[in-house]
Design a protein around this ligand. Structure first.
Ligand code: CP
Ligand code: NVA
Length: 333
């Protein structure tokens, strides 16, 4: 498998075999890391990390992964560069492409990361856009495979805002990998028709199914994975909170939902999560609208069925695989 020189912008661009290869490679790197085996095969190379939105996991994963591979990193924070303000994306891409072997971008429209990739001349990695979060998918799939031992035919139900980066990306990943994806939410929050149609095409080849339902009981019954994300994403205005809470509250992940899925089910969340009021935004919105937890109850978040911290750790191993594979430095697997 040769992914050298490729950008990683959305899983739509990758075949099921390529996706599985990246997950396998991440497992190899995870094993090396656990055993303390050095794997700094990209010594002397450098990558740029552009964050137009904030991050904990994605930034730390790129930095630690790059360091483990022997590379240097430059972090450009949401205000600390000329990007978009004094310099176009095309010009930024051509400048950074002369200095770095790869560029990570987190920000707004997918068209921005596509434009970066068009002009950079080096691999560009999508660290989250409004539409997609592909590196998160590799971590989620690795976590699911570690727990169940396989991916094909796993039933994954996504509850909440399914028309944004996480819902879209999970639907694509499941469709490509032969899994059964259900978006269980209010119909305004279903993924858009064009993407659903495209995923149904992928599903024909993989044996996946795509279901959209507003019915919590039917949508979560016997699911292996219950997945949710924040109801208001980065970059969205505060004015959407009221409607989100009203429309998505019936789709909160509760113990009843997990019980309906069954004892085999696990809970995943890309994080950060509003499972209590111990955050500034959670506290503000909680006091305003009268809740103590939002998309998932604290009980589920802290339960044995919750794999969210394994999932967070897997961000690092999978991002390392993406960097190494696209820069052509991975070990043979
Ligand atoms: N899941 C995720 O992307 O987390 P960060 O926003 O902390 O990077
Ligand atoms: N949908 C969330 C994902 C965060 C990892 C957001 O875009 O803010």
């Amino acid at each position: 498998m040769d992914l050298k020189g490729r950008s990683f912008l959305t899983l739509k661009d990758y075949t099921p075999e390529e996706i599985i290869y990246l997950i396998d490679l991440a497992a190899v790197y995870k094993d090396k890391k656990k055993k303390g085996v050095l794997h700094d095969t990209l010594r002397g190379k450098n990558i740029a990390l552009i964050f137009e939105k904030t991050s904990t996991r994605t930034r730390c994963s790129f930095e630690t992964a790059a360091h483990d591979l022997g590379m240097g990193t430059t972090y450009l924070d949401p205000s600390g560069s000329q990007i978009g303000k004094k310099e176009s994306i095309a010009d930024t891409a051509r400048v950074l492409g002369r200095m770095y072997e790869g560029i990570e971008y987190r920000g707004f429209e997918q068209s921005i990361v596509e434009e970066l990739a068009k002009y950079a001349g080096v691999p560009v990695w999508n660290g989250l856009t409004n539409e997609y979060h592909p590196t998160q998918m590799l971590a989620d799939m690795l976590t699911i495979r570690e727990h169940f031992g396989y991916l094909k035919d796993i039933r994954l139900t996504y509850m909440g805002d399914a028309r944004y980066n996480m819902g879209n990306s999970l639907m694509i990943a499941c469709a490509k990998l032969g899994m059964h994806f259900t978006a269980c939410t209010s119909k305004e929050y279903f993924p858009n028709d064009a993407l659903v149609a495209q995923c149904r095409e992928y599903a024909k080849a993989s044996g996946a199914t795509i279901t959209l339902t507003e019915d919590v009981d039917a949508g979560t019954k016997e699911a292996d994975v219950i997945y949710t994300d924040v109801w208001v994403s980065m970059g969205e205005p505060d004015s959407v909170w009221e409607e989100r809470i009203r429309k998505l509250s019936p789709y909160k992940v509760t113990k009843e939902v997990m019980d309906n899925a069954g004892g085999q089910s696990v809970f995943l969340h890309c994080l950060p999560a509003f499972h209590d009021l111990k955050t500034k935004i959670g506290k503000e919105q909680g006091e305003k609208y009268g809740f103590t937890e939002l998309e998932v109850t604290d009980e589920v978040f802290e339960s044995e069925q919750s794999l969210v911290f394994d999932e967070a750790e897997n961000r690092m191993h999978t991002i390392k695989a993406v960097i190494a594979a696209t820069l052509g430095a991975c070990e043979a697997i």
